[in-house]
Structure formats: C-alpha cells, structure tokens
Design a protein around this ligand. Structure first.
Ligand code: CO
Length: 192
C-alpha cells in the first residue's frame, strides 16, 4: 500500500462517510497499519492511502515489540466526530504524506472522540496530550486539511523550501507516469 504524498489533490478533499463496515474495510485497515509502521508513523488517515473516506488509524506506541501488545494499542476510528475541545498544547508535528517536514502546531489539549470501530460499535474516548493531538491531526485529513496549513507564519517560511522540493518531485513523477501511459497507449495502437 502506497502513501499519497503532498501535494496530491486527494489530500485537500473532504472525505465521504463510510457506509459499510465489512471485511474489505478490515483488510484495508490491516494494510494501513503495515504502511504506517513501515513509515514510523503514529497515525494514518484513509485519504493518505488514496481513499477519500472518513476513517483513520492510530497507534501512539508503535515501537512495542510484542505483536499482542502492539495490537492492543491499535485504534480504528470510523466516521469520527470530535467534540469538547479544551485547553491548548503545542507539538512538533510531521506527516507521512509530507516527508521531511516538521513544524509546531497548536491544538486543543483535550478532545472527546466518538466513532465506530470495525465491528460496527460506536465508542467514545476522552483524550488528552499526545493522543488528543494525533487524533486532531488525523481528523483534519478527513476534512482535507494538512498540518502545514496550521503552522505559524514564521514556520511557514522555514518549511517552504522542503514543500517546494516535494512539489517538484510530485510534478516530476506525474510527468513520468503520463509518459509511461502514453507509451502504453501507442503500443496498443500499433498492435491493432
Ligand atoms: Co498526516
């Protein structure tokens, strides 16, 4: 499973609610956890893997060695709703879709999240600290918002070169893909 990188437009889209919670979704979620761990992340939202749907995964303790304990810390939030934002905190954030970019973001210190899980139960968690921060970051992805939009003007200037580099890389890969598919189309024509 590939992680979509900035500035792919899917990252700016408002994601649609999940309508069916089934085995297929569970399979996608399992793949997402693999991709998240491979990238050393603590959270991953569906739009980041090219799925514009309202769900994300979190494990704020991804370095746990035993598979059982690792699984215990895995959370899936489907159609989440965040309420009761309280206080303020600031963390240096990063994002698997924006590699190499880190910047401080101010968010609520406490938040309540209500969501569905993979067995279609609705649950509520009252979170604070790092878990609260991660959940707010991931929930933003479902609304097409990236953390880089929330950093201070000074930090925005600081991260500009890295963002430019990512944009250039994205355009280059896009051109490469377009070329490859044009080549394929030509081949098909010749065959006919
Ligand atoms: Co992110």
């Amino acid at each position: 499973m590939k992680i979509v990188k900035y500035p792919d437009p899917i990252l700016n889209k408002l994601a649609e609610p999940v309508e069916t919670i089934d085995d297929n979704l569970a399979k996608i979620v399992a793949e997402m956890f693999k991709a998240m761990y491979a990238g050393n992340g603590v959270g991953l939202a569906a739009p980041q893997v090219g799925i514009s749907k309202r769900f994300f995964i979190v494990n704020i303790d991804p370095h746990e060695q035993s598979p059982e304990k690792l699984a215990q810390n895995e959370y899936v939030f489907i159609n989440p709703i965040l309420t009761n934002f309280e206080g303020e905190q600031e963390y240096e954030e990063g994002c698997l879709s924006i590699p190499g970019v880190n910047a401080k973001v101010k968010r609520a210190q406490k938040v309540t999240i209500t969501a569905q899980n993979l067995v279609n139960e609705t649950f509520t968690l009252e979170l604070d600290g790092f878990f609260a921060e991660v959940v707010q970051h991931e929930n933003d992805h479902l609304d097409g918002i990236l953390f880089i939009q929330k950093v201070s003007p000074t930090e925005q200037i600081a991260i500009k070169p890295q963002l430019n580099a990512l944009r250039q890389k994205y355009q280059k890969e896009k051109r490469k893909k377009a070329k490859a598919s044009a080549k394929k189309a030509k081949k098909r024509k010749i065959k006919r």
